[in-house]
Design a binder for this molecule. Structure first.
Ligand SMILES: O=c1ccn([C@@H]2O[C@H](COP(=O)(O)OP(=O)(O)O)[C@@H](O)[C@H]2O)c(=O)[nH]1
Ligand SMILES: [Ca+2]
Length: 441
């Protein structure tokens, strides 16, 4: 795999710069070391380059989403706002978008995004729904400061939960959502029908694909050279791309191909969400703790952890004791064998994936950025703040290579933001809300 890191800029404008930062990983044991240390170098270079190349000419093409009055010559410039909550398994985030059209002969633009987040996610409050919903209240204050009060009543607010709530017993998830709905309704914003829900994984992938291709300008370019997306969450992971080959359509299970209409165009996308293969769910699977609940005093052990370590870790409101294998195996080889068992036979692949370009974000990005000097064969040096680094990086490697079957030469671009906007499904989801409320024309 060739990896490069992209931060705050469009893919098209910087492809050449990025290419210069690509590198090849060829030898297996040094693979992680080379991979992630170079990503850091490229991140630093990125920030320098982005100053030189600031502000690519990305047209956002929102004319179909904005009130028709805004297209009228000499109409005063007015912003349209949309608020999207991403209730993920590891945290809850608010995205406040504003869109504007500066000149009547130009396409409207995504003006800016204001982003805030809290941890842990709603699923950690499975037994305390009222307390969980309170975390939303603080984030709503951010929205009140960001949106002018004259716009509050016409600004939609929506919350979509992902894998953390999908994995909870339905009754607990519904109790949380109901409390959250009450809090949204107390706010001064527009609360549409079905404003609080668990999003299905197919939408998660499609909407992230829309976000990334919108931000990189691909949806509006004549050539439509779209990029695929890889999202690695805490509890689930998604892959989405626009197939170019008939073989892909023929070889894919029916529910992996979805037609989706947005911006007056129908896209037939390959998308799938793998529940339980997110980074944190994969930790549990590697430790053999998935689905066990809280088992008192049992210590889950792995060769991916420092030999002498023993500690506690919480996910989804459950505490787990974990540790290394004292006097036993430790290091990359045995760790890789452990994580391989988690991905083996679980993922569908098609040949076309190997030839496509993918943007990889969320934990793909975060864990790379967390990394300085690697890793599995030097675990004695681990601090207690990063006990899972070797396991996580080994899992990401196994998922990409053995799971999705990417070749060493497949370009993957690690991305946190494009044009200063978070990569993820929430911008795409906001378009959908604006469209369904007919704030579009
Ligand atoms: O706007 C966002 C939302 C999520 N993330 C990243 O997504 C990962 C966590 O996934 P999440 O909690 O959304 O889990 P999911 O519910 O998707 O499994 C972490 O790396 C977050 O930093 C991010 O970078 N920006
Ligand atoms: Ca997510």
């Amino acid at each position: 795999m060739h990896l490069s890191s992209v931060k705050d800029k469009t893919a098209t404008a910087h492809r050449a710069d990025i290419a210069a930062l690509n590198y090849k990983m060829d030898s297996e044991p040094s693979f992680l070391r080379t991979l992630f240390s170079l990503i850091l170098v490229s991140s630093l270079l990125d920030s320098v380059l982005s100053e030189v190349d600031a502000c690519p000419d990305t047209k956002t093409g929102l004319e179909s989403l904005l009130p028709s009055t805004m297209s009228i010559q000499n109409a005063s410039i007015e912003s349209v706002y949309g608020i999207m909550f991403d209730a993920g398994s590891t945290g809850t985030r608010i995205h406040i978008y504003s869109f504007t059209q500066k000149y009547s002969d130009q396409l409207p633009e995504l003006e800016r995004e204001i982003f805030e987040s809290v941890k842990p996610g709603l699923s950690a409050y499975a037994d305390l729904p009222e307390q969980g919903a309170e975390t939303i209240r603080g984030l709503l204050e951010v929205a009140k400061n960001a949106v002018p009060s004259s716009h509050w009543r016409k600004t939609p607010v929506v919350l979509k939960a992902t894998a953390g709530l999908r994995l909870l017993p339905e009754k607990k998830a519904l109790a949380l959502l109901s409390e959250v709905k009450d809090i949204l309704e107390e706010s001064p914003f527009l609360v549409p029908d079905n404003s609080v829900s668990i999003m299905n994984g197919t939408y998660e992938g499609i909407l992230a694909w829309i976000t990334v291709n919108f931000l990189t300008g691909q949806l509006y370019s004549q050539s439509k050279q779209t990029v695929g997306i890889l999202d690695l969450g805490g509890a689930s992971t998604q892959i989405t791309f626009l197939p170019q080959s008939e073989e892909t359509l023929e070889q894919s299970p029916l529910d992996f191909i979805t037609s989706f209409k947005m911006f007056h165009t129908t896209y037939k996308l390959y998308t799938h969400s793998y529940l339980g293969l997110g980074l944190k769910a994969a930790r549990l699977a590697t430790l053999g703790a998935l689905g066990t609940g809280a088992v008192d005093k049992q210590v889950f052990r792995s060769s991916c952890l420092p030999r002498n370590m023993e500690s506690m870790w919480q996910f989804g409101g459950v505490s787990y004791r974990y540790g290394g294998i004292e006097n036993g195996e430790s290091g990359f080889k045995s760790c890789y064998a452990e994580v391989l068992r988690v991905v083996a036979g679980k993922l569908h692949r098609v040949d076309e994936m190997k030839e496509s370009t993918f943007y990889a974000f969320s934990y793909y990005y975060d864990r790379a950025a967390d990394t300085n000097l690697i890793v599995c064969d030097h675990m004695e040096g681990f601090t207690s703040s990063s006990p899972f680094l070797c396991m996580d990086l080994s899992y990401i490697t196994a998922l990409l290579k053995e799971g999705f079957g990417f070749k060493m030469t497949t370009p993957l671009q690690l991305t946190k933001k494009v044009n200063n906007v978070e990569t993820g499904w929430s911008l795409g989801a906001t378009f959908l809300v604006l469209q369904s409320l007919r704030i579009s024309n």
